[in-house]
Design a protein around this ligand. Structure first.
Ligand code: 6GU
Length: 255
C-alpha cells in the first residue's frame, strides 16, 4: 500500500509511522508512506500556505496553489493516485473501506486541512473522496488520515504476524473479541478461567466463541444482525437472552 500525506504539520504524522507495526510494515516494504510538507510547495518567500477568507469571517483558509503543486509532484512520482480528503462531511470510514484501501494499487493521497478549511477550488478541481472517521470535529485531518492508514495497513498480507492474522478477523465476522489472559494464573484474587488451562482445545474454542457471542450481545447487539451464526451460536444466544430476562435486564437486540 502506498500513501502520501499532504500536511502543514509533518510532525503530527511522521513519528506515528515510526512506531510498532507500521514501522515494521514500512521496513518490510509492505507499506510506503511519504509525509509531504505543504509548506515546501508555497512559492512566495514567506512560504505562506493560508490566507483570509473572501467575504470575511473568522479563521484562515488553506490556499489552493501549494496543494495543487504538491499533488502534481506526487502524481509525477507515483503515477496513479486516489485522493482522500479527511472531512467530517465525508462518508464514514469503516472496515469495508479499510479493506478496499489496503488493496488499492494507486497511492492514497490524504490532503489534510486545518483551521477553518480548504479553498473550495481544491475540492472542485481535484478528483477526490471525502471521508470522515466519525461524527465529531477534529482540529485537522492528520489524525484521521493516520487512523485510516493504520486500519488499512494492518490488512495488508504479511503486516500482522501469522498468529495475529488468523484471529484478528473479529470485525470481519461481526463479533467482538473474547477475553484474553496471560500469566499469572491468579492476580489480585482474579483467576484465569479453568477451561483455558485445561488443554482441551475444543472446549477452549467453544468457550471463546461463547464469550464473543455474549460480549457482542451485551455491548454491540446491533452487530449480531450481520453476524454469520451457526445453529449452536443461536442456541447459546437464546439461552443467554432468557438468562438476561430472568435477571430483569432489558434486551436491546435486533432480531
Ligand atoms: Cl476525517 N477529518 C477532520 N478534519 N475532522 C473530522 C474527520 C476527519 N472525521 C471527523 N472529524
Amino acid at each position: 500500500m502506498k500513501c502520501d500525506v499532504i500536511t502543514l504539520f509533518p510532525e503530527m504524522v511522521a513519528p506515528v509511522l515510526r512506531q510498532s507495526i507500521l514501522k515494521r510494515a514500512r521496513e518490510r516494504h509492505l507499506l510506503d508512506v511519504r509525509v509531504v510538507p505543504l509548506r515546501d510547495f508555497a512559492t512566495d518567500k514567506h512560504h505562506i500556505t493560508d490566507d483570509m477568507p473572501y467575504g470575511g469571517g473568522p479563521g484562515m483558509v488553506l490556499k489552493p496553489e501549494p496543494i495543487f503543486a504538491a499533488l502534481d509532484r506526487i502524481k509525477q512520482e507515483r503515477g496513479g493516485v486516489r485522493v482522500i480528503i479527511p472531512s467530517p462531511q465525508g462518508a464514514i470510514f469503516n472496515q469495508g473501506m479499510a479493506e478496499v484501501f489496503s488493496r488499492e494499487e494507486r497511492s492514497l493521497v490524504f490532503i489534510c486541512g486545518h483551521y477553518e478549511g480548504i479553498d473550495a477550488r481544491v475540492m472542485q478541481g481535484i478528483d477526490h473522496e471525502e471521508v470522515s472517521i466519525g461524527d465529531y470535529l477534529l482540529t485537522g485531518g492528520e489524525m484521521a488520515a493516520l487512523i485510516m492508514i493504520d486500519a488499512s495497513a494492518r490488512l495488508i498480507p504479511g503486516v500482522l504476524g501469522d498468529s495475529d492474522s488468523i484471529e484478528e478477523e473479529s470485525f470481519a465476522s461481526s463479533l467482538l473479541e473474547y477475553p484474553h489472559y496471560t500469566r499469572p494464573r491468579e492476580f489480585r484474587g482474579m483467576k484465569v478461567p479453568d477451561v483455558l488451562v485445561s488443554g482441551n482445545h475444543r472446549a477452549i474454542r467453544d468457550w471463546r466463541r461463547g464469550q464473543s457471542l455474549l460480549s457482542t450481545l451485551y455491548k454491540r447487539p446491533d452487530l449480531l444482525a450481520h453476524a454469520i451464526l451457526t445453529n449452536e451460536d443461536r442456541q447459546w444466544l437464546g439461552q443467554a437472552i432468557s438468562g438476561m430476562r430472568k435477571e430483569g435486564e432489558s434486551v436491546r437486540w435486533i432480531s
